[in-house]
Write a protein that binds this ligand. Structure first.
Ligand code: 3ON
Ligand code: FE
Length: 493
């Protein structure tokens, strides 16, 4: 059967390292064509466009970058219309991309350790960042925006993917302001008067930090903005949203900026996890008049949250329930380590955890919801901020240990059961995206779209799985491979 309970080949690797590595080859080519090679049939009611972002270049004309997170953003677009699918890919023409392609060499340092050639002296006191626009791409208020968390978004033409330049969101963002790559869409809650809202944040990190929260209406107009000061250095990649709160997990990280300033390491390599300090849940009311609350949790590291919701008891006391992918610790990235040689066993696997934040008692209770290594959670967009029954998450093929993402797991939170669809041994994947079927009433009535890398063909393929069974509905083969990506969105037609 296509979906089955997980097989555990614990001592057997579910993949070969050579296969996994080849999915990281640079893809300098940009494309535009109708997809002709397909298995299965496209669901006629799947209409709209999938946009994805991720690093496309692991080198600048042969000079290797240090880590994929430093790679220039390559946008992939797959449009479904009238039973056909069209593929387009294009690099975001950031100033840095344009300058480096013209020069034919690395001109900027990267946050994750990419250095200009010439040793520490060439990098000494150079703290300029290259806005690589590589982490997410969203469509909101009639604009397509490529996002990278440490700077402003780039506007793109939603049809041609042509880069329109930095977009400061009608003057909302001052020059150089951070705008995270993890906005959330509130599908409409009492706080927003029932209207959908795009909520996002920007972090100003330093010895003490601040979070600015922005809320935009469907036209893209700013309807609310607030800034909260938070003590200490903050590395915040994502947040969770409920009708009344924005919730952040402040990882217990210390930044030692010296090796970065001296030109020895990237800023992201100067982060140090401090397991003797708590992770702190920062619960920021969306109402700017209300005070922020902080609740300590056992030390853990979080990049991504799945979802959060509120529960209120008879006496009106609120609990905020937050589901996140948690790591036991964050390994400091060694300056000389080659990411292609990574020893997966030295990295802790991310797992799905639930954290119940009792706002009246100021206490937290944590439970692990799934034992599988996983990353990139997704859900039905209409249940964001509400109690949700299903998550679709990228997972490793094997339960034990840590290895590349090769399967989709569907977690049923009400029964505690799960289903898996695996692309192992020669398929690898990134973020799965759940797309509801138009007119559906069941939460899992829809499809899971996931871009996979097929090592046997050295090509990528979009897999469309049935949301209820994880049965494959269609596989659309691209003519080329797209390196493992980060995040994206589906925009219904
Ligand atoms: O100096 C400070 C520290 C710092 C690291 C402040 C700062 C904002 C400049 C900063 C920059 C952070 C950035 C630019 C973070 C970018 C993150 C990024 C591009 C990707 C993160 C991905 C996360 C995950 C979990 C990816 C998983 C991937 C796989 C499992 C493999 O497919
Ligand atoms: Fe992310």
């Amino acid at each position: 059967p296509a979906s089955h309970q997980s097989s555990n080949l614990s001592s057997n690797l579910s993949y070969s390292r050579e296969d996994w590595r080849r999915g990281y080859q640079s893809q300098p080519q940009e494309s535009s064509y109708w997809i002709t090679e397909m298995e299965g049939t496209l669901p006629p009611d799947l209409q709209g466009t999938l946009f994805r972002n991720g690093p496309g270049l692991m080198d600048v004309k042969g000079q290797r970058i240090h880590h994929p997170f430093d790679g220039d953003g390559l946008i992939a677009q797959i449009t479904f219309a009238e039973g056909r699918a069209h593929f387009r890919s294009r690099y975001v023409r950031t100033d840095g991309y344009v300058a480096e392609q013209k020069a034919g060499r690395i001109l900027y340092r990267g946050v994750f350790g990419t250095q200009k050639p010439g040793g520490w002296l060439a990098n000494f006191l150079d703290t300029r960042f290259k806005n690589i626009a590589n982490t997410n791409v969203i469509y909101w208020g009639g604009k397509l925006l490529a996002l990278w968390e440490a700077a402003e978004p780039h506007g793109l033409d939603p049809h041609t993917l042509e880069t329109l330049g930095l977009d400061r969101l009608q003057g909302t963002l001052p020059a150089g302001a951070a705008f995270s790559a993890h906005p959330r869409v509130d599908p409409g809650s009492p706080h927003s008067g029932g209207e959908p809202r795009l909520v996002n944040f920007g972090v100003k990190a330093g010895l003490s930090s601040s979070i600015t929260l922005y809320e935009f209406n469907p036209q893209g107009d700013l309807v609310q903005q607030q800034t909260r000061d938070i003590p200490g250095f903050a590395f915040l990649h994502d947040f969770a949203l409920t009708p009344h709160y924005a919730v952040f997990f402040q990882n217990p990280m210390r930044l030692n900026p010296l090796p970065f300033a001296l030109g020895l390491k990237g800023a992201g390599q100067c982060l140090e996890f401090q397991g003797d300090r708590p992770t702190q849940a920062l619960i920021i009311p969306r109402d700017p008049q209300m005070p922020m609350q902080t609740i300590d949790l056992p030390a853990c590291f979080v990049f991504h949250h799945a979802n959060a919701y509120e529960e209120t008891d008879e006496s009106g006391n609120r609990t905020v329930v937050v589901d996140s992918i948690c790591y036991d610790f964050f390994p400091t990235v060694e300056p000389d380590a080659d990411f292609l040689e990574v020893d997966f066993d030295l990295y802790p696997p991310g797992k799905l955890w639930r954290c119940e934040l009792d706002l009246a008692r100021n206490t937290a209770q944590r439970t692990c919801l799934s034992d599988r290594p996983c990353e990139f959670p997704s859900q039905n967009p209409s249940t964001v901020g509400q109690k949700t029954r299903y998550y679709y998450i990228a997972t490793a093929h094997n339960v034990e240990g840590n290895s590349p993402l090769q399967a989709v797991i569907k977690v049923d939170l009400s029964t505690g059961t799960s289903q898996i669809h695996s692309f192992a041994p020669r398929g690898f994947m990134g973020e799965p995206l759940f797309v509801p079927r138009p007119g559906a009433t069941a939460e899992d009535d829809g499809w899971v779209l996931v871009l996979t890398y097929r090592a046997d063909r050295h090509q990528s393929a979009l897999a469309i799985l049935q949301g209820q069974t994880l049965e494959p509905v269609a596989t659309l083969y691209l003519q080329e491979h797209i390196p493992y990506g980060l995040h994206g969105t589906f925009t219904p037609a």
